[in-house]
Design a protein around this ligand. Sequence first.
Ligand code: SF4
Ligand code: SF4
Length: 241
Amino acid sequence: MSLLSKIINTGVVTEKLDATSAPHRFRGAMRAGKQDCGACMACSETCPTGAIVIQNGRVQVNDKDCIFCGRCIERCEAQLIKNTGQYKLATLSGSLTETAGNELRKKIRRVLNRSMHIRHVDAGSCNACDFEMAALNNPIYDLQQYGIDFVPSPRHADLLMVTGVVTRNLTQALQMTYEATPTPKLVMAVGACAAGGRTFGDSYAIRGSVDKLVPVDIYVPGCPPRPQALLYGLLLALDRL
Ligand code: SF4
Ligand code: SF4
């Protein structure tokens, strides 16, 4: 009886996507004020991934490369750069946004009928992205409520969720998994490693971002991205927001 009463008192823990907000300590997307800065370059020099570009005195942050480390905020004496807590940063590539992409989207929606099966490919991640991805299956995010689920074989998948910067050792595994997935298929690059490819710099062991090896349809920035950010990207691709 005590167990039953605990379950009843806990109530429903599953979050609605629209109602979710990031905790106050989550930094989220970095944004710079619109005013011109003195172009002292302190922020771009301190950025470990080269995510900051300063043009005509304006600071621009490339979300795909940013790891939300906050070093630019600390270094900017003019206090122009601020973190926004924003996690809805997923973007669709040209294949899903242009006119030809609209045809692809229609086809995907017709074939998938609002449902989707995902195969995860770890191309060389530190595993933090993988943990966030696994959290999609817990009762708080409850991925299955959207008709979306993970499958163990690429032959049953509609979407490949790729984490990590692509390493030389796992290049073949990524390409073979891509070829084994039936069309129409989507590829989601999860995290700054997969989307930007600059997190660990240049090395003989690294090939770079996922789009250097296979076509990418959805980019989800973050290091790692929150589960809500992944959900947002999935529903954006399915046109279900
Ligand atoms: S938060 Fe870190 S990675 Fe992102 S722009 Fe600033 S310094 Fe670069
Ligand atoms: S994006 Fe960040 S969390 Fe994800 S695999 Fe790369 S280093 Fe790890």
